[in-house]
Design a protein around this ligand. Structure first.
Ligand SMILES: NC(=O)C1=CN([C@@H]2O[C@H](COP(=O)(O)OP(=O)(O)OC[C@H]3O[C@@H](n4cnc5c(N)ncnc54)[C@H](OP(=O)(O)O)[C@@H]3O)[C@@H](O)[C@H]2O)[C@@H](O)CC1
Ligand SMILES: [K+]
Length: 513
């Protein structure tokens, strides 16, 4: 798998409506729509010819749709033809149905145009998919679905490349959903800014290598769009990254407390504790039930172990105000006692303590999520919750079933609003959402991350960053990225311990040394 977590893409991520507004503002500001289309086609032709040079291909088939996405295709076809590629064009619409810049682009194409529904892919070295872009408004009809499926079958059978213009046709640019059928591309060239549908599954899996081209829309257009979704990349949180100071000491780097389960369930909390230390917390203590003290103490060296039985025992350990971040959930057990421990950890108090809730700390409230929201809303410091899809569905049924929530991003945002907490909705396209509306989307994650203990390591990294007083949304986003990058660096064969062992490499990359 290529290292995509370090690829440079602009930070802001737009919905298709926001992109249409950016286009409109730019055109109203005096840049002709045709100029934007020509710039888009230039970027597309460049990306296409780079692939053709690599594969020694000469024959290109351009599939054009009924809107401006098709217009980009016509202009790119003309450009590629002028570079002496052998170009065929097939259109989904009759040429007299085209409007505006798309009609002008089609009129300027000097070659023949055949029907896309009847076109043959045989003989092509590369297909340009310019059928539908950000204007896709409904599911593809049966004929268009059939065309897309034929294209996908040909690509798999021939091993040839497909390059999508703006977004693979059939992918909803805002939600990432497949509207009937969607092109499977090897590369996608989008314009100005990446759209949410490029990053959310299943859309992301259709894009192939994603590139974003400048087409003449000024970044100042973003000011009126109120963008609150970002790619989860170092540029989002790097300036807030806590780095040890020469004059500092271990207490100034924060003290994380991880709550262990009983004697038979201690491994998960120990993984979290080790990850919190590697994430840079100055000290980490494991609060352990008495029956698990021996096993915990004998398995740990740099993590301290303190006895804590039940919610009262936890309250006693937490009277130490230096313990400024607490993590609960891994191996905790689903029980009323776990609910009481969570409420103890979140109880209002004079000092600002951060909390991370994962796994059983969430599942224990599945029968009464409102009880958890009362505690998270009243908590004195930032609270981060890290549900995977199953936990999310149990806890946030209200957001799952809300008709207004059309994507994973919408659901995570609604959950963050309901709970007043930062919600890390885990998965291959992990979304981090803050109650104030900010959200980040992880652009990639290796499937090797789906391994036992991986979530426990993430919980620990978040706790470690929170202990160093990083702001909740940024700490959660940074932890999600570090976790994924550690796994990407390690590669195949990864187990949870390797994520923790790889964190120093991630720190070296981030610190530039
Ligand atoms: N200035 C700009 O704006 C720039 C835009 N650029 C490019 O334009 C693209 C956006 O163009 P767009 O808005 O024309 O939409 P597009 O994606 O081509 O498709 C809409 C067309 O399809 C139709 N249609 C929709 N759904 C359908 C369905 N399921 N099945 C069948 N038909 C369906 C819909 O017609 P409808 O029937 O809904 O009236 C309409 O005709 C963008 O992705 C980028 O590539 C660049 O050139 C840079 C400058
Ligand atoms: K397309």
């Amino acid at each position: 798998m290529p290292a995509v977590l370090t690829v440079d893409l602009p930070l802001e991520v737009l919905t298709t409506d926001q992109m249409a507004r950016a286009d409109r503002l730019t055109i109203e500001g005096g840049v002709p729509a045709m100029t934007l289309m020509e710039n888009a086609a230039l970027a597309l032709a460049k990306a296409t010819s780079q692939i053709l040079q690599r594969t020694s291909g000469r024959r290109v088939l351009v599939l054009c749709g009924p809107g401006n996405n098709g217009g980009d295709g016509f202009v790119a076809a003309s450009l590629l033809r002028s570079q002496r590629y052998k170009v065929r064009v097939a259109s989904l619409a009759r040429l007299e149905e085209l409007r505006g810049p798309a009609a002008r682009a089609a009129a300027a194409w000097p070659g023949a145009v055949t029907s896309a529904l009847e076109c043959e892919f045989e003989g092509a070295d590369l297909v340009v998919d310019a059928l539908f872009g950000t204007g896709l408004a409904r599911d593809l009809d049966a004929d268009a679905c059939d065309l897309v499926r034929r294209l996908n079958r040909w690509r798999r059978a021939s091993g040839q490349n497909v390059v999508s213009v703006d977004i693979p046709s059939g992918v909803d640019g805002t939600t990432g959903a497949v509207r009937g059928a969607a092109v499977e591309a090897d590369a996608t060239v989008t314009f100005f800014r990446v759209k949410t549908g490029h990053l959310l599954l299943p859309g992301r899996l259709h894009c192939g290598a994603l590139a974003c081209a400048h087409i003449g829309i000024r970044p100042s257009a973003l000011e009126t769009l109120h963008v609150s979704t970002f790619i989860n990349a170092p540029a989002l949180w790097r300036s807030d990254l806590p780095l040890p100071q020469i004059e500092g000491h271990k207490y100034s780097r924060g003290h994380a407390l991880v709550v262990s389960g009983g004697a038979s369930f201690t491994g998960a909390a120990r993984l979290s504790a080790a990850a919190a230390l590697r994430a840079g917390a100055g000290l980490v203590t494991l609060a352990s039930p008495s029956d698990a003290l021996t096993v915990n103490a004998s398995a740990l060296t740099s993590v301290m172990v303190r006895p804590a039985d039940g919610a009262r025992g936890l309250a006693a350990v937490l009277t130490d105000e230096r313990k400024n971040a607490v993590a609960l959930g891994p191996g905790l057990g689903v029980s009323e006692e776990s609910c009481a421990k969570v409420e103890t950890a979140l109880a209002p108090q004079a000092y600002r303590r951060a909390a991370v809730l994962d796994a059983d700390a969430l599942s224990s409230f599945a029968h009464d999520p409102e009880r958890l929201w009362r505690a998270t809303r009243a908590a004195p410091g930032p609270v981060v919750m890290t549900p995977h899809a199953g936990e999310f569905a149990r806890l946030f049924a209200c957001c799952e079933n809300d008709g207004a929530c059309r994507s994973k991003l919408d659901k995570a945002r609604a959950a963050a609003r309901a709970s007043g907490a930062v919600v890390v909705y885990k998965g291959p396209d992990t979304v981090v959402a803050a109650p104030d509306g900010r959200a980040s989307i992880l652009p990639s994650a290796t499937p090797w991350l789906a391994t036992a203990g991986s979530g426990d390591a993430l919980t620990g990294i978040i706790a470690g960053l929170l202990a160093q007083r990083m702001e909740g949304f940024l700490a959660a986003s940074c932890a999600v990225w570090m976790h994924a990058r550690a796994a990407e660096i390690y590669g195949p064969g990864l187990i949870a311990d390797d994520i923790i062992a790889s964190l120093p490499h991630v720190w070296r990359e981030l610190c530039g040394r």
